[in-house]
Design a protein around this ligand. Structure first.
Ligand code: 13P
Ligand code: SF4
Length: 319
């Protein structure tokens, strides 16, 4: 196999030659995050990935993450070529919400404002009134609630429950879950908190309600990295994909990070705090995609135009 340094050098050269920029999520491997940083690209949560791609002048966006992230980039900037190291990287939330079933659910609640998580297909976004990420979901739904709107929320049931409890808005919810965050166990987390009484608990809101209830800070990946910097604690228990530790340790190098438990009493975990689809992104398939121009994201134009409306509202709200 080629040396890692050689592969990285080739990727850097091709990115430059093709006027391409690499945008990566915190959950992909450290190699890819490092490469994005070294080449003028960006590593962030799904909201800032969308913003960065939307604003960057490069002709090609290479999105290292899962499919909805590439699709969101294409929805926002159809004039750009959007490539992904793999087109097989799904998301269990996206998979849980097929468009035909979702349409039927929306049809059953015609008087509800449809708010969907970015972790959905372009077709689902096309049906929605608003797209949100975990970074703005609470604020946007709260704003809609203040206007007296009833909310249809999809697809993450835990994030939906968290928002509903915090805002008291009238809400119907799709029952999807993230296979990674759904595995965090509240009882075992409680035991860990007893073991580390001075640690603050950082939780991504795709985690189960009982886990969120134990949190000191709840938020998107970017927001919990910020909390690790801002909170005075020296130790943190972190309930999200372990890919986040690369950046979290850089952001707060003098602090200690402990993984939240995924194994409760007798329970086995399917995905052990690392998203199997994020893990499909690597240096080798990134190089191959730049060499061959394969794995380009395409979104049907009629669907894209409809999805742009709800997705643009996400960016406008986040300003
Ligand atoms: P963030 O927007 O917080 O990065 O979340 C995206 C995601 O897929 C989390 O599992
Ligand atoms: Fe989807 Fe969960 Fe993977 Fe995020 S971690 S991409 S929500 S399956």
């Amino acid at each position: 196999p080629e040396q890692k340094a050689d592969v990285k050098a080739k990727i850097k050269k091709l990115l430059k030659e093709q006027d391409a920029v690499l945008v990566a999520h915190y959950y992909v491997g450290a190699d890819l995050q490092e490469l994005a940083e070294e080449t003028g690209g960006y590593v962030s949560d799904s909201l800032d990935m969308a913003r960065f791609g939307n604003e960057h002048p490069a002709k090609t966006l290479v999105v290292a993450g899962v499919r909805f992230m590439g699709e969101t980039a294409k929805i926002l900037t159809p004039e750009k070529r959007v490539l992904m190291p793999t087109l097989e990287a799904e998301c269990s939330l996206d998979l849980s919400c097929p468009i035909d079933d979702f349409n039927a659910f929306c049809d059953e609640h015609p008087d509800h404002t449809v708010v969907v998580y970015a972790n959905t297909s372009a077709a689902v976004k096309a049906r929605a009134d608003y797209v949100v990420t975990s970074g703005i979901a609470l604020d946007l739904v709260s704003w809609l609630g203040d206007k007296g709107k009833k909310i249809l929320w999809a697809p993450d049931r835990h994030l939906g429950t968290y928002i509903q409890r915090a805002t008291q808005v009238e809400m119907v919810r799709w029952q999807g879950a993230c296979i990674v965050h759904d595995e965090f166990k509240s009882r075992a987390l409680g035991e860990l908190i007893e073991q580390y009484p001075d640690a603050a608990v950082l939780v991504h809101p795709e985690s189960p309600t009982e886990v969120i209830e134990l949190a000191d800070a709840v938020g998107s990946t970017t927001q919990i990295i910020q909390a690790a910097k801002d909170l005075p604690n020296k130790q943190f228990i972190v309930a999200t994909d372990k890919g986040i530790f690369y950046k979290m340790k850089k952001a707060a190098p003098d602090k200690e990070f402990i993984e939240a438990p995924t194994q409760g009493a007798g329970a086995t975990c399917k995905s052990c705090a690392h998203c199997p689809w994020m893990a499909m992104n690597g240096l080798d398939n990134l190089l191959s995609v730049l060499e061959n121009g394969n794995n380009e994201i395409h979104v049907d134009e009629e669907v894209r135009v409809k999805a742009l409306r709800s997705t643009q509202r996400m960016l406008d709200f986040a300003r």
